[in-house]
Design a protein around this ligand. Structure first.
Ligand SMILES: Nc1nc2c(ncn2[C@@H]2O[C@H](COP(=O)(O)OP(=O)(O)O)[C@@H](O)[C@H]2O)c(=O)[nH]1
Ligand SMILES: [Mg+2]
Length: 429
C-alpha cells in the first residue's frame, strides 16, 4: 500500500465514521429523529461485509488470511472451519466469543433464535492494515458438503439482507449451489463467483474442463443462469508452490472489494442526502402544521373569551349600571376623582338599556344573557375543540432536530466534495 492509498483509505474511513455519527448521535441523530417521527432510517455500516461461501476446503479461510496478510484463521483440508468467523480490523489482536460478538454487532442478535448458533460464532480482531481491510468485515463460513450441517442454513440466509457476497467455488457441490441460488434472488449484483485454488486444477485442459463442468451445473439452474457469466480463476500466491501457467486473478478480488468500499461510501453519502431531506420535509411539515394548529387554537381561545366574557361582562355592566344612582356617582367621584365622569358617561348607554327593560323582566333578561353566552360557549367547546399541539419539549426537540438535519445536509456537501476531490481536479468539482 503506498502513502496515497493510505490517505484515500483514511478519507473514506473518516467519511464513513462521520456518517455513522450523523445517524447515531443521541437525540438529534437521524435515527432518533426518524424514531420521533415514526419513520425508519437505517444508519450506514462503517464497513462493508464480505461473506465467503464455498465448498469444504475451497480456500475461503486462506483467502481471508491472504487479504489481511496475517494468519488469523486456521486452514487445511483436515481443519475445516467450525462455525462462523467474523474477521475485523481493530486496535489489538483479540478473539471474541459468541456473546461478545453479539454485543459488537447488535444486528446479529436475531441469531439467538437459532439454537447453537451463538456457540459457533467467533470474532477475530486483527491489527492488520493491509489492503482495504480497515473497511471490511469478512465472514468466514464453514464449507458446505453434501449432507449434514442443516443448522447453518439459517445464518447464511439471514445474512443475505445486509451483506455483500463473494462466492468462491471449486467444483460446486449441490448444497453450495442451493444456497447461492437462494441468495441470488435480489442480490445477484452483490454475488461474485471465483474459481479458487485454480493452480491445483491440473493442466490448462483440466482447468477448462472444470470450468465447463461448473458452467454446465450453473446452466441447469434457471436462477443462476445469466448472460455475461464470469468466473475469474484465483489462487493464493505462494512462492513455495510449484510454478503454474494459470492466470491468477486474485488481485481482481481485491479490486472488487475496493470498488465495493468506494460504492458503499457513495451510496452512504447519497442515502444521507435522501434521508436528511426526507426528515427535513417531515419536520418542516410537522412544525408548520403545529404552528397553524396553535394559531387556530389561539382564535378559539379568543372566541371562547368573547362568548364567555359576553355573558359575564354584560351582566356585570347591567348590574353595575342598575346601581348607578346619584349617590353611587358621588361615591365614585370621591374614589376616582374626575375619572368617574368618563366611567359614568361610558355606563350611561348601559343604564339606558337597563331602564328600557321593564322592571319585572330584568332578572329574566339577565338569565337569558347568561344562558345565551353559556350556550354559545358550550357549542364552541363541543364543535370546535382545541387541537392537539406539540408539547414544549417535543417542539424544542423538533426544532433542534431540524437544525441538525440542515447541518447534516451541509456536511454531506462537504464530504461529497472531499470524496470527489480524491479523483477529480478541484476545477471539475
Ligand atoms: N494450491 C493451493 N492450495 C490452497 C489455496 N488456497 C488454500 N489452499 C489450501 O487448501 C486447503 C484448504 O484451505 P482452507 O482455506 O482451509 O479452505 P476452507 O475450508 O475453504 O476454509 C489448505 O491446505 C490450504 O493450504 C490455493 O490457492 N492454492
Ligand atoms: Mg475454512
Amino acid at each position: 500500500m503506498n502513502s496515497g492509498d493510505h490517505l484515500v483509505l483514511s478519507l473514506n474511513e473518516r467519511i464513513l465514521n462521520d456518517l455513522f455519527k450523523i445517524y447515531n448521535e443521541k437525540d438529534v441523530g437521524l435515527c432518533d429523529i426518524a424514531e420521533m417521527l415514526e419513520l425508519e432510517v437505517r444508519a450506514p455500516r462503517k464497513k462493508i461485509t464480505v461473506l465467503l461461501l464455498g465448498n469444504h476446503s475451497a480456500g475461503k479461510s486462506s483467502f481471508i488470511n491472504w487479504y489481511i496478510d496475517e494468519t488469523v484463521l486456521r486452514t487445511g483440508v483436515a481443519l475445516e472451519t467450525q462455525g462462523y468467523f467474523l474477521v475485523v480490523s481493530g486496535k489489538r489482536r483479540d478473539t471474541l466469543k459468541g456473546k461478545a460478538t453479539l454485543e459488537l454487532y447488535p444486528h446479529l442478535r436475531p441469531l439467538r433464535n437459532f439454537s447453537g448458533c451463538i456457540d459457533n460464532l467467533t470474532t477475530e480482531i486483527s491489527t492488520s492494515r493491509a489492503r482495504k481491510f480497515s473497511l471490511v468485515t469478512f465472514i468466514d463460513t464453514p464449507g458446505l458438503v453434501d449432507g449434514g450441517m442443516d443448522r447453518f442454513f439459517g445464518l447464511a440466509m439471514w445474512l443475505t439482507s445486509s451483506s455483500s457476497f463473494r462466492s468462491m467455488g471449486q467444483a460446486l457441490c449441490k448444497r453450495t449451489l442451493n444456497l447461492v441460488e437462494k441468495l441470488w434472488v435480489g442480490n445477484s449484483d452483490k454475488i461474485r463467483l471465483f474459481l479458487a485454488k485454480s493452480d491445483e486444477a491440473g493442466t490448462e485442459t483440466d482447468r477448462q474442463r472444470v470450468l465447463m463442468q461448473i458452467v454446465q451445473e450453473l446452466c441447469k439452474r434457471p436462477g443462476l443462469n445469466r448472460t455475461g457469466f464470469d468466473m475469474p480463476t484465483i489462487f493464493i500466491p505462494d512462492a513455495s508452490r510449484k510454478a503454474t501457467k494459470c492466470a491468477n486473478q486474485i488481485d481482481e478480488v481485491s479490486a472488487i472489494i475496493e470498488k465495493t468500499v468506494e460504492q458503499s461510501v457513495q451510496n452512504s453519502l447519497n442515502n444521507l442526502g435522501e434521508d436528511a431531506l426526507l426528515l427535513k420535509r417531515k419536520l418542516e411539515t410537522r412544525l408548520t402544521a403545529d404552528g397553524e394548529a396553535r394559531a387556530r387554537n389561539f382564535r378559539r381561545s379568543v372566541q371562547r373569551l368573547c362568548y364567555g366574557g359576553l355573558g359575564i361582562f354584560l351582566t356585570f355592566l347591567l348590574l353595575l349600571s342598575s346601581f348607578m344612582g346619584s349617590e353611587t356617582f358621588e361615591a365614585m367621584r370621591v374614589l376616582f376623582g374626575p375619572g368617574a365622569d368618563s366611567i359614568f358617561s361610558f355606563m350611561a348607554p348601559m343604564n339606558d338599556v337597563w331602564l328600557m327593560i321593564p322592571e319585572n323582566f330584568r332578572l329574566q333578561a339577565l338569565r337569558a344573557i347568561v344562558a345565551v353566552s353559556g350556550f354559545l360557549l358550550i357549542v364552541t367547546c363541543l364543535f370546535s375543540p382545541y387541537e392537539k399541539v406539540l408539547a414544549k419539549k417535543e417542539l424544542k426537540h423538533m426544532r433542534t432536530g431540524l437544525r441538525f438535519v440542515d447541518s447534516a445536509l451541509e456536511k454531506k456537501k462537504v464530504m461529497y466534495a472531499d470524496y470527489l476531490r480524491q479523483s477529480l481536479n478541484d476545477a471539475d468539482i
